[in-house]
Design a binder for this molecule. Structure first.
Ligand code: MTE
Ligand code: LUZ
Ligand code: MOS
Length: 750
């Protein structure tokens, strides 16, 4: 099935927040933000701004009727600063004007007097000063300390990865309007409609039922709108409540980049111990997560780093500890992979370090240590339906890794100033929210009396093809044409208490709820057919929009069946709830079975480095990926390509830069470089692994949203290998992104 949004997107007809026709009386909101990263506010003078043309009023923390608190996991983040500033870009006030332009003009007239305080941007410094979001956590299995004594080889080092700007094409935004009896309607570009509803209720001091949140679709989220859409939605909600007028805020790109948190930078230490024959016997790592100025989702991101610290490898003795460090950056947040990529980069660095020192290929060590059924993850889950070795073997056979490596060697022997490098990157990614409680969803299905169907779920479409998949699930479960099915907006009044659309689990959770609702309706319809036709239940079947009796197609068609059922006063609507079975996790022991299943795969990345300039090209990425039984290969391939390129961007070129004063320097697309058509791999070849899929995946089609991002990590090591081909004495550091400047230094350094 084609993506149902394709035509609307191409024609520019799809509706985003900024496309909603503006209501009469709308005020335009604009946040006034701090220009210091850490300071005490002595005085803010709004008087000139308040008198400026077109200014309706300016809202500060004093105007908040409820709690000035937007923290999601930990209650540690004010909506509007009170007397201290904790990051550059922190909202202090909301300007309301007759137009966005006038709001921006007035913003320049606000004067602030602050006392600057010491700014921390480095997570290691934060840890030294004991500035932590919460106490550190450790996952462990076996006995690392005793095992290191028995290892033939031990390597220790440091690996750093930088953050990443989400750069969703649609910036953050929301539009709120008041209804009768204090009701408030909020349209938000959010992955988490319930988070918006809950937080707006808290800040406005109203019950949640007074707030209706509606989401049509997002122009991308990538995790950046899992939690951080909330503040903007609450700002317009607050302003609308106070002024009783519609209030709109669509955030300017540079304000969005400055104000919002990003992927967490990590600074980590590793120690890896191997046997004589390259089995990894012990692994120890300490992660310093740069959380920024408030918790946001950092505790959950930190947890996923620990869950993925050993990637697709079985290591019998592991001890990994993670610190969530409080710094004066905007609160960092969810980003595709959610801490998993940061953990995986460190183990891959450790293996690269070992391979180079031992003079063996990295892939030899990777191969020997791949996971297998029956192995235990450090968090206690036992591996089953493992595809680590199958995807590895299939990729290396189908793509002929030896031949690819030989091609690289030959090229390098023949070329002095250009060198190629190649690297394998296996992945293993757990599917489920690591917080077990969040793994639930609901769906509402209406069959109308003409046989058309309307479906609602708690899932949010953000470009990942969720809506297309939900229509497919519906058509499949009813056995009717997809043309009869319409997907409604995501709305908290129709579907309550949603988990955010995240963790790659949206289709699984919402699709399974949808199937349950449809099965209930279908059972009632078959009962109607049985009575109408006077046959036994077991003789009946419904397919291709027709009732079948003993395998023979009858005249009873979908539309007639619905019409009869309606006349007989049969309920044609259903609301269903799904909660993932099996999963559990005990935080006091750090053990359990947190994931419904894992997604596996392997990528082979080849790059060419220009050894005069330090620039490089990604020649080719070949992937064998475990889709299970993909229900929509076009959508899923789009996810692989997008995720891969986003991962390559993070590892190679996207360079977030903050000054020592905590100001974002890479604050526009001129100073923050993301992959464009010239920097994507010249070819991407994806082959699906042949498997049966998994029962906990929707229609056995495994979650695909986040896992492919981690294939991009291969680019880092492929570039390193090219550098080594030019300069065998290069001093290898693990400090992503591997920008051309760093490549050049490595090419000529020792
Ligand atoms: N693909 C597009 N086009 N746009 C997005 O914002 N977000 C990613 C991924 N793929 C995203 C995307 C992230 S971070 C997640 S968690 C999943 O999609 C969410 O959707 P899913 O649960 O339906 O896979
Ligand atoms: N969000 C979340 C996530 O709250 N919990 C998770 O485990 C998760 N994983 C991936 C992406 N978002
Ligand atoms: Mo994705 S990081 O789970 O929104």
């Amino acid at each position: 099935m084609k993506n149902i949004d394709a035509v609307g997107h191409v024609r520019g007809e799809s509706i985003y927040v900024d496309d909603i026709p503006v209501r009469v009386g709308t005020l335009f909101a604009l946040a006034y933000c701090s220009s210091s990263a850490h300071a005490r506010i002595n005085r803010v003078d709004y008087s000139k701004a308040e008198e400026a043309e077109g200014i309706h009023r300016i809202i500060t923390h004093k105007d908040i009727p409820g709690e000035n608190q937007i923290g999601g996991i930990i209650l540690d983040e004010p909506l509007l600063a009170v007397d201290e500033i904790h990051f550059w870009g922190q909202p202090i006030a909301i300007i309301l004007a007759e137009s966005e332009y006038l709001a921006r003009q007035a913003r320049k007239l606000i004067e602030i007097d602050v006392e600057e305080l010491h700014v921390i941007t480095n997570p290691r410094e934060a840890r030294k000063q004991n500035k932590l979001i919460h106490p550190p956590r450790t996952f462990s299995i076996g006995d690392v300390d005793n095992t290191f004594n028995k290892c033939a080889h031990i390597f220790e080092g440091r690996a750093d990865s930088n953050g990443q700007e989400h750069l969703y094409i649609e910036t953050q935004g929301a539009y709120a309007y008041p209804g009768e009896n204090d009701k408030l309607f909020i349209v938000s570009s959010t992955q988490g409609p319930t988070a918006v509803q809950r937080t707006a209720a808290r800040v406005l001091s109203v019950p949640m039922h007074q707030i209706e949140v509606d989401v049509t679709r997002l122009g991308g989220g990538f995790g950046g709108k899992e939690d951080q859409a909330t503040s903007f939605a609450v700002m317009v909600a607050l302003a609308s409540k106070i002024t009783k007028r519609p209030v709109k805020y669509v955030v300017h790109r540079m304000d969005d980049m400055k104000m919002t948190g990003k992927r967490h930078p990590y600074s980590s230490d590793y120690k890896i111990g191997l046997s004589e024959d390259y089995k990894i016997l012990a692994y120890e790592a300490t992660f310093h997560q740069n959380a920024g100025a408030a918790a946001d989702l950092s505790p959950a991101v930190l947890e996923r780093t620990l869950f993925h610290a050993t990637n697709a490898y079985f290591i019998p003795n592991v001890k990994v500890t993670a610190y969530s460090c409080k710094t004066n950056l905007p609160p960092n947040t969810a980003f595709r992979g959610f801490g998993g990529p940061q953990g995986m980069f460190v183990i891959e660095s450790a293996i690269q370090h070992a391979a180079r020192s031992l003079g063996v290929k990295k892939r030899t060590i990777q191969h020997i240590n791949l996971l297998d059924n029956g192995n235990e993850f450090p968090y206690g889950q036992v591996v089953d339906q493992c595809q680590a070795k199958t995807s590895w073997n299939e990729s290396n056979e189908k793509f002929n890794i030896e031949k690819l490596e030989f091609g690289v060697l030959k090229f390098n022997a023949e070329n002095k100033l250009y060198k190629k490098g190649i690297a394998c990157m296996p992945i293993c990614f757990g599917i489920s929210f690591t917080n077990t409680m969040m793994n639930n969803a609901r769906a509402l299905v209406h069959v109308y009396q003409d046989g058309s169907v309307g479906i609602s779920t708690g899932g949010v479409e953000m470009g990942q093809g969720l809506n297309t998949k939900m229509v497919q699930v519906t058509a499949e479960a009813f056995n009717i044409s997809a043309k009869r099915v319409k997907i409604e907006t995501t709305n908290t009044t129709r579907i309550a208490n949603t988990s955010p659309s995240a963790a790659s689990a949206t289709s699984d959770l919402n699709g399974k709820a949808l199937q349950k609702a449809i099965r209930s309706i279908m059972t009632r319809l078959l009962l109607v057919a049985r009575q109408e036709l006077g046959v036994e239940y077991h003789q009946l079947d419904f397919k291709n929009e027709h009732i079948f009796i003993d395998g023979e197609k009858s005249d009873l068609h979908w539309e007639q069946l619905i019409s009869i059922a309606h006349q007989q006063r049969v309920n044609l609507s259903e609301h269903a709830h799904y909660a993932t079975p099996i999963i559990h996790f005990d935080k006091s022991k750090e053990k359990g079975h947190p994931f419904a299943y894992h997604v596996y795969g392997n990528s082979i990345t080849t790059v060419t480095v220009d050894c005069l300039r330090g620039i490089y090209e990604i020649d080719d990425v070949k992937i064998v990926h475990d889709f299970g039984k993909s229900m929509n290969m076009d959508v899923d391939l789009g996810q692989i390509e997008g995720g891969l390129v986003q991962g390559i961007g993070w590892m190679t070129m996207e360079e977030l830069a903050y000054g020592d004063d905590g100001r974002l320097l890479s604050n526009a697309l001129s100073t923050y470089k993301i992959p464009d058509i010239y920097s994507v791999p010249k070819t991407i070849d994806v082959k699906p692994l042949k498997t049966d899929g998994h029962d906990l995946a929707i229609l056995k089609s495994k979650a695909v949203g986040e896992p492919p991002l981690m294939y991009g990590i291969g680019a880092y090591f492929a570039i390193q290998n090219a550098v080594l081909a030019f300069n065998p004495n290069a001093n290898l550091v693990f400090d992503a992104p591997f920008t051309p400047e760093k490549v050049l230094l490595a090419l000529y350094g020792e």
